[in-house]
Design a binder for this molecule. Structure first.
Ligand SMILES: Nc1ncnc2c1ncn2[C@@H]1O[C@H](COP(=O)(O)OP(=O)(O)OP(=O)(O)O)[C@@H](O)[C@H]1O
Ligand SMILES: [Mg+2]
Length: 190
């Protein structure tokens, strides 16, 4: 219920344009960890694999909303696949200085032709699928990723299952001014 309420509130804020992103430099692995904790009861029956290469983990993003994107994708991965299936989280460099973050599962996947519709408000992948939510999760993911200047899509996996990929700009690393430290070092060097 709390994730439903949070999604409804987020959607209202995003649609009214009052969302202000609080972008900070932070390690991707931390937000992945907090999203995994937030949905731990939903994903308890699934295998989770996290594979985040270390050298591009630091990037500039709004932690609260990116945590929501990851939790929605993880919850979907757990809700629409059988117990015991695997959900994997990975990251890779994308184009135009973006980082691509992927959440994939080995469940039934998305029906062909539905790949765009599922990102719309109140749109279910299969009309007859059990009503697990109000179909806002992916619309919110898209609005949040768009607000970051990135994009989100779904693709089929070679071995079956759905692979959601979103990209966000890595941002320009902060410039570290070494002159002050150099000066100290020069003073203490005999
Ligand atoms: N990993 C997945 N595998 C198969 N189908 C999926 C997956 N993720 C999403 N879908 C399909 O996309 C639809 C839209 O997902 P979305 O997260 O937007 O809404 P929801 O899960 O139905 O409700 P909410 O997330 O608002 O509680 C789902 O109803 C489901 O049919
Ligand atoms: Mg959902």
């Amino acid at each position: 219920m709390s994730s439903l309420v949070n999604n409804l509130l987020d959607m209202a804020r995003l649609e009214s344009g009052v969302v202000e992103l609080n972008r900070q430099w932070q390690p991707l692995e931390e937000v992945v960890g907090s999203a995994l904790r937030a949905v731990r009861s939903t994903i308890a029956g699934h295998h989770i694999k996290v594979d985040l290469p270390e050298h591009f983990l630091l990037l500039e993003f709004d932690v609260a909303t990116i945590e929501r994107v990851l939790s929605n994708l993880l919850e979907n991965g757990a809700q629409y696949t059988p117990i015991g299936s695997t959900i994997s989280i990975g990251a890779a460099p994308g184009d135009r200085g973006h980082l691509q973050i992927g959440v994939e599962d080995n469940g039934p996947g998305i029906a062909v032709g539905k790949e765009n519709d599922i990102f719309k408000n109140f749109e279910r992948g299969k009309k007859d699928s059990a009503a697990l939510g109000v179909c806002l999760g992916l619309a919110i993911c898209r609005a949040i990723v768009d607000a970051h200047g990135g994009s989100i899509r779904v693709e089929g996996r070679a071995g079956g299952g759905a692979r959601f990929v979103f990209s966000i700009p890595r941002g320009l690393p902060p410039v570290v001014d070494l002159t002050a430290d150099d000066a100290v070092e020069q003073r203490i060097t005999p």
